[in-house]
Design a protein around this ligand. Structure first.
Ligand SMILES: [Fe+2]
Ligand SMILES: [Fe+2]
Ligand SMILES: [Fe+2]
Length: 424
């Protein structure tokens, strides 16, 4: 296992931003393109380096509060709908993430029209929120089936019509300058956009360590869990269980932190699965289960593209693999599943059957033992870690429950009631 961990912040944010847009071709790259447009407009407006970082980060994650693929697709399509809900939820998610807290108001107001602000455009929050509103509008206006230089003038005209009401005139002047350059539009639709943002974005030289990664992983664990009330505390429980079992197994402090991060990320790929399948109360059809099987593929797909997170990618993404090779989707053999992944598999199944779901109560200790011991007896789970769990059952159970309770309080008291707390 690794002795130290650092990742490039741009690499981390770009890869994670992609997972929320990957599921539906109509929204693919929406946040990348919005971030690119926002960054270029802000540069044209001579924004400070710190402001560029803030705008880039907020734009890359601006729709984080849209919790289902269905909601994201609707937001993208200019249909009449309640835009406030995803802004309020996004604000809440940012506000509980220390490093992103100062950007929470930008997310809250990224759909607020200029005429509804009573603060000046020189206010950093107003300016940033207006830049993202403009960038989001431009991105959604692009007809993806048409060559970009055959539509850029029309898009520019549509944007200029928003002057004074929706957008501040100074911002539109910056955009008009930018819109003259074919290069801007060609970059925007370039298949190389990821690498442009990575190498020319504001984070190309910024690296973060385990604590910073854990903060962002926790944010994503909330997004994964809050997609559905059925699983609103699952990830918090798996992360806590993986953390506890690795500590009891005698891993170092750093390794325990990495396992907690892997736990937060283990179901990252569920962000690609439609809620209609995730929330189906009946047994899944084979066709639906085939879609579910992709979730750990996407967990791996995203995490393995973040330089430095390769072991975490395996520990997170192999939680449905079995020691006899019968798991999914990688069908790893026992020698390909290391201790971290074996612990995660035990943590996932234990948490899933121990936790209450809206449609059933959590299992008793005896029933949990029967299921999990049955799996190790059949060479599906590693007996060593099953023993570790049951030798320390009360301690592990109490720790998992405590962490899940914290997540549930936030979810029930604030997040799921977000629709009633808005002030527009
Ligand atoms: Fe939005
Ligand atoms: Fe958006
Ligand atoms: Fe899973």
């Amino acid at each position: 296992m690794k002795r130290d961990l650092t990742v490039n912040l741009g690499n981390l944010l770009l890869s994670l931003s992609e997972i929320t847009d990957i599921a539906n071709p109509s929204i693919a790259q929406h946040q990348y393109r919005t971030a690119f447009i926002a960054l270029e407009i802000a540069k044209n407006a001579n924004a400070s380096p710190q402001m560029l970082k803030n705008i880039f980060t907020a734009a890359l994650l601006h729709d984080i509060g849209a919790i289902s693929i269905e909601e994201k697709a609707a937001l993208h399509s200019f249909v009449e709908m309640d835009y406030d809900l995803h802004c309020i939820r996004g604000e809440m998610l940012f506000a509980r993430t220390p490093w992103l807290k100062p950007l929470a108001k930008i997310i809250r107001y990224h759909h607020r029209n200029w005429c509804n602000w009573d603060a000046p455009i020189s206010d950093p929050t107003v300016f940033s929120a207006q830049v993202i509103l403009l960038a989001d509008f431009i991105e959604r206006s692009i007809d993806k089936g048409k060559y970009i230089l055959h539509q850029n003038e029309e898009i520019t005209e549509r944007v200029i019509e928003l002057k004074d009401t929706v957008l501040h005139p100074e911002l539109l002047d910056c955009f008009k300058d930018l819109a003259k350059k074919e290069e801007f539009w060609l970059d925007l639709l370039s298949p190389r956009l990821y690498s442009i943002l990575l190498h020319e974005g504001p984070f190309q030289k910024i690296w973060i360590g385990g604590g910073g990664i854990a903060t962002i992983a926790m944010l994503f664990s909330n997004i994964i869990d809050f997609k559905s009330p059925y699983t609103a505390t699952h990830t918090s429980g798996v992360a806590a269980c993986a953390e506890k079992l690795s500590a009891l197994f005698g891993l170092t402090d750093l390794e325990v932190t990495l396992m907690k991060i892997a736990g937060y990320f283990h179901d990252l790929g569920k962000l690609v699965i439609p809620n209609s399948i995730l929330e189906k109360p009946d047994k899944l059809t084979p066709a639906e289960f085939a879609i579910i099987k992709s979730h750990t593929y996407y967990t791996y797909f995203v995490l393995s593209s973040i330089g430095g997170l390769e072991p975490i990618a395996r520990w997170a993404a192999y939680h449905h693999e079995k020691l006899d090779g019968s798991g999914y989707p990688f069908h790893c053999k026992a020698n390909e599943i290391d201790s971290g992944a074996r612990i995660m598999a035990v943590a996932d199944i234990f948490t899933a059957i121990a936790e209450d779901r809206p449609y059933r109560a959590g299992m008793s200790k005896e029933a949990i033992y029967k299921v999990i011991r049955g799996q190790s007896d059949h060479n599906l789970l590693d007996a060593k870690f099953v023993d570790l769990l049951f030798d320390n059952y009360d301690e592990v159970y109490a720790y998992v429950r405590e962490k899940q309770q914290t997540a549930r309080s936030f979810y029930e008291d604030q997040f799921s009631n977000a629709a009633n707390t808005g002030d527009s």
